[in-house]
Design a protein around this ligand. Structure first.
Ligand code: PLP
Ligand code: COI
Length: 365
């Protein structure tokens, strides 16, 4: 854990905040990541000086030199989390310190500066408090928070990492990540491309991982599927994760999720579900599953449900699987009972309709 560093914010409020009617128009159909709130956070870092120039400012474009390092070498990382309006009226975040820890784990891998965890959480609090009217009231909606950091030194050399960085937070009202609500998704097994190999950046939430994934995601769509499933880099057999979600396999009352071997992202939803499943008396294990086992399990009926999980997608059932060798259906292709039960438990904690026995809820205002 990095130590606390108090940042002193210069607060500059916008003179052109959207009206309540304009916000309501956004809330009518927020989609995902398409509309942004009135303000943003910006904090700079300089070698030898540390974090400085913390600002809450009107949301708007940045001006950067074309030689800025991030444009050329993708030295960038981000986080994703949500602020929820609970039934009590409070606005809360879910396990923000877990995101802070992961942010710094990514930063170390990307040779970028760590941000003290308290400063990370404080930046979210400040933005959400300022733009609190942007946290939707409708059931299932939330305010998606996107903290990120970029290398800002204008220099093309690659002999040393950037000596300056900018940390920012932007916020976006969010509806369902997948259009159509809790509808099972179809997935494509990617054999032509791999996302991560040992020693690489698979465990880090850096933009480059996603840039390299688009070609496979497009291939999934071209094959009539919603999402790509990544397999291991050596044999293209063992399941790792999806484009922006981790995977769980349900064998009756036993849950299995691919272990964190360094090549997949340690999701905070995944971690929470391992705990929640145990609370519900289920066996929850981290291990390994091949695509042959996935197919055989579905054919024999032993593997009853498969679901994906992540901040943006919450919990989404996987209904069918397709690859170059053909495809198969998971269960009867409809959302499984256990999948929906875990979804209700998790969302119940997030929206305040269920107790929070693990102290995951962080009240903002
Ligand atoms: N895997 C990848 C590649 C992701 O981008 C995400 C989303 O952040 C996840 C898994 C799920 O992580 P979390 O539950 O922390 O949102
Ligand atoms: C999230 O679930 O927060 C993500 O970041 C997934 C995706 C939008 C990249």
């Amino acid at each position: 854990m990095t130590t606390a560093q108090q940042l002193s914010y210069d607060v500059q409020l916008t003179g052109t905040a959207r009206t309540p009617a304009e916000r309501e128009q956004v809330f009518a159909d927020p989609g995902f990541g398409q509309h942004f709130t009135d303000h943003m956070i910006s904090v700079d870092w300089t070698e030898g000086r540390g974090w400085h120039d913390a600002r809450l400012m009107p949301y708007g474009p940045l001006t950067l030199d074309p030689a800025t390092s991030v444009f050329h070498y993708a030295q960038e990382l981000f986080e994703g989390m949500k602020a929820y309006r609970q039934t009590s009226g409070s606005i809360v975040c879910f396990r923000p310190y877990a995101n802070a820890t992961r942010f710094n784990r990514s930063a170390v891998r990307m040779a970028m500066p760590e941000l003290p965890e308290d400063a990370f959480v404080e930046s979210l609090e400040l933005l959400v408090q300022t733009d609190r009217e942007w946290v939707p009231r409708a059931e299932g909606q939330s305010l998606y928070l996107r903290p990120f950091m970029i290398a800002t030194q204008p220099a093309l050399g690659v002999n040393y990492p950037s000596r300056t960085y900018k940390y920012m937070v932007i916020a976006s009202p969010a509806g369902a990540y997948f259009a159509g609500g809790v509808k099972p998704v179809s997935v494509w097994l990617s054999r032509d491309y791999t996302r991560a190999a040992p020693g690489g950046t698979g465990f880090a939430k850096c933009g480059g991982n996603y840039a390299a994934a688009f070609v496979a995601q497009r291939q999934a769509v071209e094959n009539g599927c919603d999402q790509v499933v990544w397999l291991d880099a050596f044999e293209h057999r063992y399941v790792e994760e999806m484009g922006g979600m981790n995977l769980f396999f349900v064998f009756g009352d036993r849950l299995l999720t691919p272990a964190l071997t360094g090549t997949l992202l340690g999701g905070i939803t995944r971690d929470s579900l391992l705990t929640l499943a145990a609370d519900l008396g289920l066996t929850a294990e981290e291990g390994r599953i091949s695509i042959e086992e996935w197919r055989a399990g579905c054919e024999s009926g032993e593997l009853t449900e498969v679901f994906a999980c992540g901040t943006a997608a919450v919990i989404t059932p996987v209904g069918s699987v397709k690859g170059v060798d053909g495809g198969w259906t998971v269960g009867d292709g409809t959302p499984g009972a256990l999948t929906m039960r875990l979804r209700e438990e998790l969302m119940g904690i997030q929206y305040g309709t269920r107790p929070d026995p693990h102290d995951w809820i962080h009240k903002i205002c």
